[in-house]
Design a protein around this ligand. Structure first.
Ligand SMILES: C[S@@+](CC[C@H](N)C(=O)[O-])C[C@H]1O[C@@H](n2cnc3c(N)ncnc32)[C@H](O)[C@@H]1O
Length: 377
């Protein structure tokens, strides 16, 4: 991602409700079971039904986008509402709202009660504003028209391999976000809430008691750093990001109660990375860049490190046979919407080897992610 930032309405940690996340192996087992059951159902139902769901993906996207944009899940927190009541509260057409809600229920978003009113269910609760691990912001982001128009270019991108958003709009998605505060806020909201789910797992995945100072490279507002520093009171942190992102980070770190232990260092990881830490972290940054750029970022991280020190790389985990759409779709989003790609552990290990690092341990994280440990040689 270029030097743009995701300006945001980040909620401070104290304002978020903690949501329990089941252990990684349980989540992955359930996802594998779901995949098996779906394949079994596909083999039994008429093929038009099995294929229908897939070619109506645009309908899924726009249904969920509309619900997220109108914050319907927020409205239902106080209790069930009829389609007409939801329409009245969102200045929408009552007939269209009823039909839209029924379509959402058919894909498992919201629940229809026997009296015809609609209520939140487990899925729609993930679209309540500010829910930890919630994705209201991403649900809104991915249905914006410029994103949908970029997806429509896939047939051409299959031919020429070009990044779709840039070809369609003449600029990168990051530039579009930077110019539209509402879009940028939706993206930032999604990014923050996903990071809040894995941040405690990152803090637990590595023995940070062995180090004194952790530098989070492209660390955003400091969600991961806050989780790590709160777990390890002896630690200091360096938060390295663009100046505008660090402007937002101040309030977040203060609310997390660790601002006095964190040095904010503005800059670009394409120029250099701050020295002086004995452990480095770079979360979900590398997947936003193409290989040459990733090599440059890794070289700059390595230049800041002493031999034997660690660079921890929490990122998405590419496995040979995906058991959820999350990582393959994230990879396609890199091709079609932002830039970059998802990389297998083997590919990452090769890039570490080219930049003076070697692959160490790998610890699984919730949400088909893992912490890859790169050791400076
Ligand atoms: C996908 S976000 C990840 C944020 C955070 N690590 C997380 O996982 O929540 C990428 C981050 O990289 C930062 N960034 C983008 N370009 C940068 C650059 N050239 N130098 C430093 N940070 C940059 C962005 O501001 C943003 O905070």
């Amino acid at each position: 991602m270029p030097n743009t930032t995701h300006s945001t309405s980040h909620l401070a940690p104290a304002q978020r409700k903690a949501a329990p996340v089941p252990p990684v192996f349980i989540v992955n087992t359930v996802l594998r079971l779901r995949k098996f059951l779906l394949r079994a159902a596909d083999a039994v139902v008429p093929s038009y039904m099995a294929v229908y769901d897939r070619f109506m993906g645009a309908a899924h996207t726009m249904l969920v986008h509309s619900a997220a944009r109108l914050r319907i899940a927020d409205l239902l927190v106080a209790g069930p509402l009829s389609g007409a009541e939801i329409a009245a509260r969102t200045s929408s057409d009552a007939d269209v709202m009823e039909r839209t809600m029924l379509a959402l229920v058919s894909i498992g978003v919201f629940r229809r009660l026997s009296d015809g009113r609609f209520a939140n269910n487990g899925v729609s609760k993930g679209m309540i504003t500010g829910a930890t691990g919630g994705v209201r912001g991403f649900a809104e982001f991915f249905g914006h028209e410029p994103v949908m128009r970029a997806w429509a270019r896939l047939p051409e991108t299959l031919q020429d391999g070009k990044q779709a958003f840039k070809e369609v709009h003449g600029h990168l998605a990051w530039d579009w976000m930077a110019a539209d505060p509402a879009v940028q806020a939706a993206f930032a909201e999604g990014m923050s809430s996903m990071t809040e789910v894995v941040a405690p797992a990152i803090a637990a995945a590595y023995p940070f008691d062995e180090v004194k100072t952790v530098c989070d490279v492209g660390g955003g507002v400091g969600i991961v750093l806050a989780a790590v520093l709160r777990k390890y009171p002896h630690l200091r942190g360096i938060l390295f990001d663009s100046p505008s992102m660090l402007g937002e980070a101040k309030a977040y770190l203060e609310a997390a109660g660790i601002a006095d232990r964190v040095d904010l260092v503005p800059g670009s990881f394409f120029d250099s990375v701050p020295r002086g830490a004995d452990c480095y972290l770079i979360k979900t940054v590398l997947h936003n860049w193409e290989d040459q750029e990733v090599l440059q970022i890794l070289r700059n991280c390595r230049a800041a490190m002493e031999p034997g020190q660690r660079l921890l790389v929490p990122d998405f985990l590419v496995v040979p046979e995906a058991f959820s759409t999350l990582v393959p779709f994230m990879d396609m989003a890199g091709l079609m919407i932002y830039s970059g790609r998802e990389r297998s552990p083997e590919k990452l290990a090769g890039m570490f080897a080219q930049t003076g690092l070697k692959m160490g341990r790998m610890a699984p994280l919730p949400g088909v992610q893992a912490v890859f440990e790169a050791i400076a040689v």
